[in-house]
Design a protein around this ligand. Sequence first.
Ligand SMILES: [Zn+2]
Ligand SMILES: [Zn+2]
Length: 126
Amino acid sequence: MASEGPFGTEMVPGVWTMPSRGIEWCDCGRHHVLDRDIVFGFAQDLVEDPDWMTHDEVVDTAMDLWNYVSVCEFFLLGIRRSASAVNGGPAPRYSFERGLEIVAYFSKTWQGCPEEICSPSRDRED
Ligand SMILES: [Zn+2]
Ligand SMILES: [Zn+2]
């Protein structure tokens, strides 16, 4: 787990063709493959400048894709790790395609939050 340094720059051979190694992003049970059209669909709804994705827009796109209304530090760390894998490191903004790739890489590697060691920023009331 610690073998990937935060600024590892090894190239990702193909984010769109790499197999999913994480939990299923879609719970419809049909094992939907996450393709570029799907990520693009979520991103285009919230990206302000179609040439770029800010880091926050990458986070928001991933949250929408996963249907999360709030996220914890593990999620944000996962996004940063994905930015490192795809982009060589997190940045304030990325080219639009690169932003899509970061969301895709994250979504194909996200293992979910290890809740037992997670300290949520807010507690659930019910
Ligand atoms: Zn599905
Ligand atoms: Zn968490």
